[in-house]
Design a protein around this ligand. Structure first.
Ligand code: GTP
Ligand code: MG
Length: 150
């Protein structure tokens, strides 16, 4: 099974949507391995979004991510990066399909509710940035045979 990093952004925390979003992840059949409400500093936000350092929206994005606590999570499941990117929806909430997290809760590109790693490689890097090993819980859920064929 793979792991991914998901982060409920400050807009969704302020709008009291943590429970709604976590419910969708649990209802999907995925397993929470770690979670914390956490105020990121500028250094962490810049490192997290370092691939976008040259983009015109970079400074605004860093300001936004550090503007209040985020709810950071590690989630585990088969093919979890693809499964969660589908659950999250397109980057721009205006275009994201209804039924996706961004499609159902967001309107604006700069306030798009949640981040999800875009590859297994990014997931590893981001999990390492936001969590230490002691915060990651290794455990088995007894519903696995009802979520996965194999
Ligand atoms: P993340 O899961 O947050 O990484 O989003 P993504 O992978 O769907 O999109 P991407 O990595 O390309 O962009 C990272 C974040 O930057 C997005 O989630 C948006 O919040 C923000 N962003 C991307 N493009 C724009 C833009 O053109 N304008 C603004 N204001 N923000 C943008
Ligand atoms: Mg991204």
């Amino acid at each position: 099974m793979e792991r991914t990093f998901l982060m409920i952004k400050p807009d969704a925390v302020q709008r009291n949507l943590i429970g709604e979003v976590v419910s969708r992840i649990e209802n999907k059949g995925l397993k929470l391995v770690a979670a914390k409400l956490f105020q990121a500093n500028e250094e962490l936000a810049k490192e997290h979004y370092s691939e976008h350092v040259e983009k015109p929206f970079f400074n605004g994005l860093v300001d936004f991510i550090t503007s209040g606590p985020v709810f950071a999570m590690v989630v585990e499941g088969n093919n979890v990066v693809e499964v969660t990117r589908t659950l999250v929806g397109e980057t721009n909430p205006a275009k994201a399909a209804p039924g996706t997290i961004r499609g159902d809760y967001g309107v604006d590109l700069g306030r798009n509710i949640i981040h999800g790693s875009d590859s297994n490689e990014s997931a590893k890097r981001e999990i390492g940035l936001w969590f230490n090993d002691a915060e990651l819980n290794d455990y088995k859920l007894n519903n696995e045979a009802w979520v996965y064929e194999k």
